[in-house]
Design a protein. Structure first.
Ligand code: UDP
Length: 334
């Protein structure tokens, strides 16, 4: 049998580009569809990966792509992911994250392509009622971002019933770190995530890191999150894709380490890794931030045979620092 061809929507983004490299290394033929609004052309580093610039809502383009290639499956990363912006501009999120994928799913249905890996999020759970979060925890998202993703989970479920679409909705916890070989990494503009901001503060690119809240009911008063290395996320997508292509059932599962790490602990590790002090200020809690979000990662292990290979945040911070302290300063040049 020849190489399987996979369509990766949003493959020029942060998590997508790391997954593209893994699939290419594993012998898949990869076609990336990305509108480059937040993705970077330069994040596609491998020869042989085809980059098509366009939108997942462009039916004509998708039809052409599905006519040209026999896709064994689709991995869908393309989405907006700024929680705060989703509150002020919800329609942008419902349009891009919820409505646009409908076209992609319709074209998949037209061509009989029935394996779909979807970037969902732990934000679909909302405020945790019990920790660690298991997949059967009630889903009551606080933000339009979380809702925009949860609606797609529902849609995927209905497509399974109606036409046998098999999907994996992967609920990411805190994606972090960069490629171990330093080739690609995280380059968001604007950047809102903790680890890159801590490192930007170390480098003097921002005056200081503001810790959002020190009065949470946690041991050191700062929020606890489950930081999962982006290369571990990539291996999880590969495992999910294989599961579906080999005839596995649809699944909704957490992708996390099961280990909770506080903001203060991240700062301490960053100081060890960089050998420098993180300039700090202490601010108010950020609206919508739960005190703790930690995954129960058991289902991914049981069903996909996947578990995180890196569970403490050190390797996330080390690889992020390698990327950010390189001559390009952690930026793709575009
Ligand atoms: N955080 C912080 N200062 C910042 C950015 C984030 O204290 O400048 C905290 C935030 O309150 C949360 C944790 O760091 O508890 C992780 O936030 P991030 O935005 O990276 O991811 P989220 O958990 O919101 O998806």
């Amino acid at each position: 049998m020849g190489r399987k061809t996979i369509l990766i929507a949003g493959g020029a983004g942060y998590i997508g580009s790391h997954t593209v490299r893994l699939l290419n290394a594993e012998g898949y033929k990869v076609v990336v569809l990305d509108n480059l609004v937040y993705g970077h052309r330069e994040a596609i580093v491998d020869e042989g990966v085809e980059l098509v610039i366009g939108a997942v809502g462009d039916r004509e383009l998708l039809t052409k792509l599905f006519e040209e290639h026999q896709f064994a499956g689709v991995i869908h990363f393309a989405a907006y992911a700024y929680v705060g912006e989703s509150v002020t501009d919800p329609l942008k999120y419902y349009r891009n994250n919820t409505a646009e994928p409908l076209t992609l799913l319709e074209v998949m249905s037209d061509f009989g392509c029935k394996s779909f890996v979807f970037s969902s999020t732990c934000a679909t759970y909302g405020e945790p009622q019990k920790l660690p979060l298991t997949e059967d925890h009630p889903q009551d998202p606080v933000s339009p971002y979380g809702k925009s993703k949860l609606m797609v989970e529902w849609i995927l479920d209905d497509c399974d019933t109606a036409w046998g679409l098999k999907s994996a909705a992967l609920r990411y916890f805190n994606a972090s770190g960069c490629a171990s070989d330093g080739m690609i990494g995280e380059d968001h503009d604007p950047e809102t995530h903790l680890i890159p901001l801590v490192l930007k503060a170390v480098k003097g690119e921002i005056p200081e890191l503001t810790v959002f809240g020190t009065d949470y009911p946690t041991p050191d008063g700062t929020c606890i999150r489950d930081y999962i290395h982006v290369e571990d996320l990539a291996t999880a997508h590969l495992a999910a894709l294989r599961h579906l292509i080999e005839g596995g059932d649809s699944i909704q599962c957490n992708l996390g380490t099961g280990v909770g790490i506080s903001v203060k602990e991240i700062i301490d590790i960053a100081e060890e890794v960089t050998g420098k002090k993180v300039p700090l200020s202490y601010g108010e809690r950020r609206a919508g931030d739960p005190a703790q979000l930690v995954a129960d990662p058991k289902m991914a292990k049981d069903v996909l045979g996947w578990e995180a290979s890196r569970k403490d945040a050190r390797s996330m911070i080390e690889t992020a620092w390698k990327w950010m302290s390189a001559s390009h300063g952690g930026r793709f040049s575009e």
